[in-house]
Design a protein around this ligand. Structure first.
Ligand SMILES: C[S@@+](CC[C@H](N)C(=O)[O-])C[C@H]1O[C@@H](n2cnc3c(N)ncnc32)[C@H](O)[C@@H]1O
Length: 260
């Protein structure tokens, strides 16, 4: 799939999930709450990149005087508009921000970066639009996320069922190669429980997070295959629940004051 088709596919899946997203957003709630603790409040403009349905905006509004929301998905933005917290809501790709340079005080972006083909470019764009002295908090997922689900599927067929996530090393190198970004990295492993593999797959679909970016099988998965995946799933608790791990990276980016 080429980059444009992939971006359309990602936007389409998130648009379809506009009504189910908020209910399914267990990981997203935990991660956004933690990311918010890293955000320095501002009396100025805050840009929420990949805002989704804007469910977090009442909290973000307490950290700024004006909120701007941006997302790839038109339908997600309809929900954001209905929430009436953001002054400005617009549809765009975070890899190419239609925002003037040095106009924004803070950027917040939770669990969007892993959907971007060029995360380094997103960080450069964030740096460009920030005012000198401005800062950003960005959360994303790393390699090792959903590793149990991936392992279970690998015993059933050779298709890709779980997205590839970048390793921590990628961001460590970016930090060294681009000191001007003022990056700081913090990692966390979050474990969520599910009754079975179908519940896990349903949650990903309800979130719109079911685009598989490379080597996916387009055929529907039958009951027997799901049973095989359930059987092969590696970590199960005594009560039969399955656990799924998410490797979360919190990045803070600080743009230096021009006089420092
Ligand atoms: C997992 S949701 C996170 C939404 C919200 N930030 C939250 O924490 O609940 C990811 C969002 O990023 C958006 N997105 C994905 N790729 C994007 C891109 N390249 N530019 C802007 N938004 C993007 C999707 O449309 C979706 O609404």
């Amino acid at each position: 799939m080429n980059a444009l088709a992939l971006t359309d596919d990602i936007a389409r899946h998130f648009s379809r999930a506009r009504e189910s997203y908020e209910h399914a957003a267990r990981l997203q709630r935990l991660v956004a709450a933690k990311a918010l603790t890293l955000l320095t409040p501002t009396a100025g403009l805050l840009l929420d990149l990949g805002s989704g349905p804007g469910w977090f905006h009442p909290k973000l509004k307490q950290h700024c005087s004006e909120l701007i929301a941006l997302d790839l998905s038109h339908d997600m933005l309809q929900k954001t508009r209905a929430a009436q917290q953001a002054t400005l809501v617009f549809q765009a790709d975070a890899q190419s921000l239609p925002v003037a340079s040095t106009g924004i005080d803070r950027v917040f972006s939770s669990l969007m970066l892993q959907w971007c083909e060029q995360p380094g470019l997103v960080l450069q764009e964030i740096h460009r639009v920030l005012k000198p002295g401005g800062s950003a908090v960005i959360s994303t997922l790393l390699d090792g996320t959903l590793q149990e689900f991936k392992l279970a599927w690998s015993q059933v067929d050779s298709h890709q069922h779980v997205n590839k996530f970048l390793p921590l090393d990628f961001y460590q190198q970016l930090k060294c190669q681009h000191p001007e970004l003022g990056l700081r990295l913090q990692t966390e492993t979050v474990q969520l429980d599910y009754p079975d593999v179908l519940a896990l797959a349903r949650e990903l679909k309800d979130l719109g997070a079911n685009t598989v970016t490379q080597g996916r099988n387009k055929a529907l998965t039958g009951k027997q295959r799901w049973q095989k995946v359930q059987h092969a799933y590696p970590s199960r608790s005594i009560d039969g629940q399955i656990g799924a791990s998410y490797q979360v990276l919190y990045l803070t980016l600080t743009k230096q004051n021009s006089d420092s």
